[in-house]
Design a protein around this ligand. Structure first.
Ligand code: 13P
Ligand code: SF4
Length: 331
């Protein structure tokens, strides 16, 4: 155990040798049964992880699944804040994250101690935080939201209610435009959604005149203003199924394209091009998880998400508020 603690501190995952003759998919399925485990995966995971998951979804869907699962172990194939959310909603369950270092640049852009000071400047404001933040930040919030319900959560509050929105300034700006509300925004952003080139997207649109351009609301305004559809990862996926177009230019992390292709054989999905030729649409945090790390996490039941009880207690209320509003609205 001590050796594992050292490994987790240094590497963030269990680095135990795996017999190369093993069929990992088969072994993971055996462990799922043996340990009564469920694998929840975000759309930005590697295709081989998505294919072995019991549930694949956006942040809202994953939270809803984490809240209602009767499995004893939740293996979260996603990033740290998502696994924390699962732990907050199911505190008696063991929540495993294949690589503890799978963080999030957006979550990192909002340190809780600085946000607490920011919040003090607006004592008569309600705090809505995007789920892409730490458990400590959620504990400082009144309501959590995801990209699929942020607009509706803001609209569920009285028109004269003053609101702080964080940490994503792009999603916050989008919600401002959609609702006409004047939100006070924290200045955070996602490293993946801020790289897209308007000029190169424009050229692609000329090249594929029938293509639909779809974007995640974490993108900047000048990109969103060009989009035929804006939505969460689940929203984007559904749109590609509902539309007759045969080509889609996709401005979000490229992992979602795996499900788009599976759901739409014959349609073409082009990742929106980044500004810089060296950049790509892969989230380096999401992509830290591998099938091997997931297998070892299930084998050794490590790394496990552990949160102080008082943080779980305080962070749970704003997440539950979001789930209640979403349920009422049928989201
Ligand atoms: P959704 O899956 O909720 O659309 O969020 C995207 C994201 O950036 C997750 O990190
Ligand atoms: Fe965070 Fe952006 Fe990666 Fe999502 S895509 S986990 S917001 S860094």
């Amino acid at each position: 155990m001590e050796a594992y603690t050292e490994q987790l501190n240094a590497k963030g995952y269990i680095d135990e040798a795996i017999d190369p003759r093993l069929d990992l998919v088969e072994e993971i399925n055996k462990l799922k049964k043996k340990k009564n485990a469920v694998i929840l995966a975000h759309y930005y995971q590697e295709p081989e992880i998505q294919d072995i998951a019991d549930y694949i979804g956006d942040s809202l869907g994953l939270s809803q699944q984490a809240a209602k699962t009767d499995a004893s172990v939740i293996v979260f194939a996603g990033v740290h804040f998502m696994a924390e959310t699962a732990k907050i909603l199911s505190p008696t369950k063991k929540v495993l994250l294949p690589d503890l270092k799978a963080g999030c640049s957006l979550s990192d852009s909002c340190p809780p101690h600085l946000f607490a000071k920011f919040k003090e400047q607006y004592p008569d404001h309600i705090v809505i935080t995007y789920v892409n933040c730490t458990a400590e930040l959620k504990a400082l919030s009144d309501i959590v939201c995801t990209s699929s319900n942020a607009v509706q959560i803001v609209e569920s509050l009285p028109k004269n209610q003053k609101i702080i929105f964080g940490p994503d300034k792009n999603l916050g700006d989008y919600v401002k435009r959609k609702t006409g509300r004047d939100l006070v925004l924290w200045n955070g952003a996602c490293m993946v959604h801020e790289i897209f080139s308007q000029e190169k997207i424009g050229k692609l649109k000329e090249q594929y005149p029938g293509a639909k351009f779809i974007a995640h609301p974490e993108c900047e305004e000048h990109i969103l203003s060009e989009a035929d559809y804006i939505g969460s990862t689940t929203g984007l996926l559904k749109y590609t199924i509902q539309q007759d177009a045969d080509t889609f230019i996709v401005a979000t992390e490229s992992g979602i394209i795996h499900q788009m292709q599976k759901a739409n054989p014959g349609k073409t999905f082009i990742p929106a091009p980044p500004n810089n030729a060296c950049a790509c649409n892969d989230c380096p945090h999401m992509k830290l998880n591998t099938l091997e790390k997931l297998y070892n996490a299930m084998r050794f039941e490590l790394p496990e998400i552990d949160l102080p009880e008082d943080v779980i207690f305080r962070a749970r209320k704003p997440i539950e508020r979001m789930l209640e509003i979403s349920e009422k609205l049928g989201l």
